[in-house]
Design a binder for this molecule. Structure first.
Ligand code: MRU
Length: 350
């Protein structure tokens, strides 16, 4: 399963809008095309958006017609700005842009040629791809112990291989538990309106032969009440300094239901999803998407023409509903203001 990869012709990505009906891998040959692919959700999921952004920047710089360093830097700034204007919530996008900017600045200071900068930025984006898979595997190992043998795990949206460079965050933890020999079952919320659970999570778990039951979002409470669910695990798009977690719309509902039924609610996310510059989730920008996603399913209208629609793509789960945050650097528990900071410091020093 390839989510995205660098090729000499451009960035090759599976078109996630078409899954599971069609499995197509178009190549996006310009940075503008990559930006548009992020915006329309050919590629989605916070870590995958980050890697796609880095590859888009590398592509734009590689193909820039600039002949001198000053002009290349100007092009670089424009490219970063275009890529940065695609989706506002997943902080991995801005983390990736920042990392590419730091690399560019480092190369400028080193006094290398425009050609060397072009090569180095391509290498940086490729390294981010490789690192993301390693990070997910480590996150999986760190989180697997939290999932007991025989567990039925509820997940929301898609935080799997398709949302990352590979392996997944929440689904990575599930995969690691399965690799430990545990018998695990997954309940996947369909995740209206974009249906990441029905289209993507169900598809990738079935490919891996991990037992999965698809439910509509409004069934989660019923199955928790019936004692069918052991715990819930989701990914994240941005985690504030106090542990408040932005994730796919409906996550807050799952976390509230889990608390009501005394079930653990876990978040799995890389350190790059932490935004310690924000004191609380109140400050996380929430993306509003087109009403068409709500009024239509599979291109077919299901609501009256002209109806007023709200379509926030994410919600924020307050930290008190989060049992633990699983990262590649370890598992954070409340008080998150302290535990997340400790993990980030660890990340910087090791
Ligand atoms: O709108 P999307 O599909 O990009 O939203 C994805 C999610 O909310 C995921 O749960 C999150 O990005 C974590 S992915 C490892």
């Amino acid at each position: 399963m390839i989510t995205l990869e660098w090729t000499n012709e451009g960035v090759r990505m599976v078109d996630q809008r078409l899954l599971p009906v069609e499995e197509l891998y178009p190549v996006f040959a310009t940075y503008e095309d990559v930006a548009e692919a992020i915006r329309v959700m050919v590629v989605r999921g916070a870590p995958a958006i980050g890697v796609a952004a880095a590859m888009g920047i590398a592509l734009g710089v590689r193909d820039s017609r600039a002949t001198d360093l000053g002009a290349l830097e100007q092009d670089f700034d424009t490219i970063c700005q275009v890529i940065g204007a695609t989706r506002p919530t997943a902080v991995n996008l801005f983390w990736a842009i920042e990392r590419m900017k730091n690399r560019f600045a480092e190369l400028r200071r080193a006094g290398v040629s425009a050609g060397e900068i072009r090569e180095a930025l391509v290498a940086e984006a490729q390294a981010m791809h490789t690192e993301d898979i390693e990070i997910n595997r480590q996150m999986g190992r760190n989180g697997a112990d939290l999932i007991p043998d025989g567990a039925t795990v509820l997940t929301h949206c898609n935080a799997g291989a398709l949302a990352t460079a590979g392996y997944g965050t929440a689904l990575g933890v599930i995969r690691a538990a399965v690799e430990q020999g545990k018998k695990i079952e997954v309940f996947a919320d369909e995740t209206r309106p974009f249906l990441q659970g029905a289209r993507l999570t169900a598809w990738e778990l079935m490919k891996d032969n991990i037992p999965v039951t698809l439910i509509t979002d409004n069934m989660a409470g019923h199955f928790m009440k019936k004692g069918r669910i052991t715990c819930a695990i989701v990914g994240a798009d941005r985690i504030a300094g106090n542990g408040d977690t932005a994730n796919k719309i409906g996550t807050y509902m799952v976390a509230s239901l889990a608390a009501r039924h005394n079930l653990p609610f876990y978040v799995a996310a890389p350190i790059s999803t932490l935004d310690l510059s924000l004191a609380s989730g109140e400050q996380i920008p929430i993306e509003d998407r087109t009403p068409d996603e709500v009024t239509h399913i599979g291109g077919k209208r299901i609501a009256p023409e002209g109806v007023r629609v709200a379509n926030p793509a994410f919600d924020v789960t307050p930290n008190e509903l989060v049992t633990a945050i699983i990262t590649e650097r370890g598992v954070a528990r409340p008080n998150y203001t302290q535990s997340l900071r400790a993990l980030v410091t660890k990340a910087q020093t090791s």
